[in-house]
Design a binder for this molecule. Structure first.
Ligand code: MN3
Length: 207
């Protein structure tokens, strides 16, 4: 059975960029609902209820090891659980500076950090309807609709995720998605994102 992960900050800590009201509702209502619906879908399925790692469950989904009658529920709500768990870790009160090594890697792919940040804005703006923007371990940017994520398609874990559902910003920014994206970039926890970048880079060197 899956549980809400502990938030690494308080609901109000991301203000003024994301309000306490959005954080509290997003975490306690939306994320909890994904977990509840995922748990109730798998509680009677022996092969799934023993799996305690959401990444393993999403890989089973990709490999066709989730029974067809619950596959869409696992996709929507298991995706919702994984995506939000990563999303919370990508933010921090006041944000954090990019470590130098990450800056170097970004410059070699994008020419400059500004280009990279503008690419994030452009890609996130291009999403039609609800979805996510992902930063991948090779620093490429990927978008997915609904609560899908790259693990479902390729097994590769993103290093950061940005929630582009209206529930993530409407209360603060109404329909002005770009203002939300720019605000998110001010509270992005680049140290946390870089930690996942370096972990995956060293894992791929060893394999
Ligand atoms: Mn959300």
């Amino acid at each position: 059975m899956y549980k809400l992960p502990k938030l690494p900050y308080k609901y109000a800590d991301l203000e003024p960029y994301i309000s306490k009201d959005i954080m509290e509702f997003h975490y306690k209502k939306h994320h909890q609902a994904y977990i509840d619906k995922l748990n109730s879908a798998i509680e009677s399925i022996d092969s799934l209820k023993e799996v305690s790692d959401i990444i393993e469950l999403l890989n089973m989904l990709r490999n066709g090891d989730v029974p067809e009658d619950v596959a869409q529920t696992v996709r929507n709500h298991g995706g919702g659980h994984y995506n939000h768990s990563l999303f919370w870790l990508c933010m921090k009160s006041g944000g954090s500076d990019m470590p130098d090594e990450l800056v170097l890697a970004i410059k070699s792919s994008y020419g400059s950090v500004d280009n990279f940040l503008h690419s994030i804005e452009d890609m996130a703006m291009s999403i039609f309807g609800s979805g996510w923007l992902w930063i991948m371990p090779d620093l490429s940017l990927v978008t997915t609709p609904n609560q899908d994520n790259p693990i479902m398609a390729t097994g590769v874990e993103p290093i950061a995720g940005l929630d582009i559902w209206e529930h993530a910003y409407y209360l603060d920014y109404k329909n002005v998605r770009l203002d939300y994206i720019k605000a998110w970039l001010k509270i992005a926890d680049w140290e946390s994102i870089a930690g996942r970048y370096f972990a995956q880079a060293s894992a791929s060197t060893q394999s």
